[in-house]
Every structure is written in C-alpha cells, then in structure tokens.
Design a binder for this molecule. Structure first.
Ligand code: 13P
Length: 256
C-alpha cells in the first residue's frame, strides 16, 4: 500500500452466495465489526438481487455497494442482462469487470472486458477490472505476457482522466477459492507490472494514483503480509468476505 498516493480498498465479492433475506443482518454484522475504518474504502459486491437492500443498509455508513458484472450496452434487447445506468440508478458505486469466473464460464474476453469497463465509466461507476493467469500459464512462465496483454488491451481505450476511475485487481486463477494464496512477493511482482504499464501509458502521477488490489484466498491471516507490499493497494476477497468478522479483520489489517 502507499496511502500517500492512493486509497486502500478492501472489497468483498460475495459471488452467488447468500439470500436477499439475509442482506440486512449480514450488513448489520459487517457494520458492527468494521466500525468507521477511516483508513480504507470498504466495498461489498453483492448479487443483483441484493443491491437495493444493500444500498439501503449502507446509507448511514462508509461501506459502498458494488455489483459483480454488467452488460456493455446502456439498454436494449438483451434478455436477462443488467446495464451500467441501471446499477448507477440503484446507488451502486463499483462493479467488478472480467472476473476469471466470467471469463471461464461466460466467454468474456479482453475485448468484452474493455467494452464493459467503458460502459461502467460512461455511467459513472468505478470498474474493478480483474486480470490474472491460470496455473498452466504460470507454469509455462507467461504470466507477465498474459497480464500485459489483458491490461494493455484496456489501457489502449482509456485516457488519463478515465483511467483514474479504474481499479485493477490481480487475481491469479490458481489462487481463487483454492486456499493457495500467491506469496506476497508474487502478488507484488504482478501488481508492480500493472503499475509499470500504467506509467508507460500515462506517466508517473497517474500510475501512482490507480489502486491495484490482490485477490485469491486472501484471509485474516495472510492479509497483513500481502497489504504490506508497496503496489498491493487492497484486496478483492471472496470466501472470507462472507464472514463479517473475518472481513473486519482484513479491514483492520489494512491499518498499517
Ligand atoms: P477467494 O477469496 O474465495 O479465493 O475468491 C477470490 C475472488 O475470486 C474474489 O473476486
């Protein structure tokens, strides 16, 4: 982290878990456990069905509500899809784009990730853009090339104003839901690579203002070490974010 230049973000991704009827009590528990936590931004990315209640539950606190996906068009004949203006209208502030589960199961590509990111920015949402390699790609030694391609495809469509609204998340696919976390050094190396790409396109001042998160089996026991790395500006947390007390411990670990 480097709080001199950018905010720390501790974001939870609930994925397809919990019921709408549980939202009120889960948010009450998160609020009670986290307190004000002025040192970081807290974001919880919930299923679409939970958004209205989540926004209501966060009216009196510092937690922002995020969505987990969006469609790239603002409206139209796309049965079953949800657009950026719809999310914005509900009070959503962040949206995850290009999560590896969406890339793997729903055919999302670097090009669709770029379109969705632009749609989010156009509507005034902050996209949390996920990048990261599979185990096979890491073993082949092509992690840097792969992440460079994922990031560069997006950066080519941004300008120095819009890129400041983007949050990146480095999520190695092999670390997601596996309990196998990247080492702090591995996380730092790729987050630093992403920042170097930002620097190359937009210069130092812009590059140092963009938050880059790590995601993949982050929990209360490894968060402190990961967050101590200079280019790891927070976390995108799956399983552990479903347990309010553990999420709060990660929020506290960011206070260093
Ligand atoms: P886990 O923290 O459950 O590994 O999930 C990470 C993730 O995919 C967050 O988007």
């Amino acid at each position: 982290m480097n709080r001199k230049y950018r905010k720390t973000i501790i974001a939870g991704n609930w994925k397809m878990n919990t019921l709408p009827s549980e939202v009120k009590s889960l948010f009450a528990a998160v609020k009670a456990s986290c307190g004000r936590a002025a040192w970081c931004r807290m974001v919880l990315c919930v299923p679409y069905t939970h958004i209205q209640q989540a926004v209501k539950a966060t009216r009196d606190c510092r937690i922002s509500v995020g969505a987990q996906n969006l469609h790239q068009s603002p409206h139209g004949a796309y049965t079953g899809e949800v657009s950026a203006p719809m999310l914005k209208d509900l009070g959503v502030k962040y949206v995850i784009v290009g999560h590896s589960e969406r890339r793997q199961y729903y055919g999302e590509t670097d090009v669709s990730v770029r379109e969705k990111t632009l749609a989010a920015l156009e509507a005034g949402l902050r996209p949390i853009v996920c990048v990261g390699e599979t185990l096979q790609q890491r073993d082949l030694g092509v992690t840097n090339e792969l992440v460079t391609l994922q990031v560069a495809t997006l950066l080519a469509a941004l300008d120095s104003h819009s890129v400041r609204k983007v949050v990146f998340a480095y999520e190695p696919v092999w670390a997601i839901g596996t309990g196998r976390t990247a080492t702090a050094e591995q996380a730092q190396e790729v987050c630093a690579l992403i920042r170097a790409l930002l620097r190359k396109s937009f210069g130092t001042v812009v590059a140092r203002s963009v938050p880059i998160l790590y995601g993949g089996s982050m929990n209360a026991s490894n968060a402190k070490e990961l967050l101590a790395m200079g280019d790891v500006d927070g976390g995108l947390i799956g399983g552990a974010s479903l347990k309010p007390e553990e999420y709060a411990e990660i929020v506290r670990a960011a206070n260093q």
